[in-house]
Design a binder for this molecule. Structure first.
Ligand SMILES: [Zn+2]
Length: 80
């Protein structure tokens, strides 16, 4: 599981964060809403009605905690 990357087991903001298939994506420009530290994004592709979408999870290894995009007020990991 990708959490092993940071040696943390953060509380999961969403039940699907516990599912297999997550992979590391990139650092996030927005800071952690709790500690102001560096957030990282994880992604997990899924298919619905013949299209491929992706779930996004945000991880703060320092807290440790996880967040959804809406929790940090972002629509994507690349907007500030
Ligand atoms: Zn934090």
């Amino acid at each position: 599981m990708v959490w092993n990357r940071w040696q943390v087991r953060p509380a999961l903001a969403n039940d699907r964060f516990a599912d297999p298939g997550w992979s590391y994506q990139e650092p996030v420009v927005r800071p952690c809403p709790r500690c102001g530290g560096q957030l990282h994004s994880l992604r997990k592709p899924y298919e619905s009605a013949g299209k491929t979408y992706r779930y996004v999870a945000l991880v703060c290894p320092a807290c440790p905690a996880t967040f959804t995009l809406s929790e940090v007020g972002a629509k994507s990991t690349t907007t500030s």
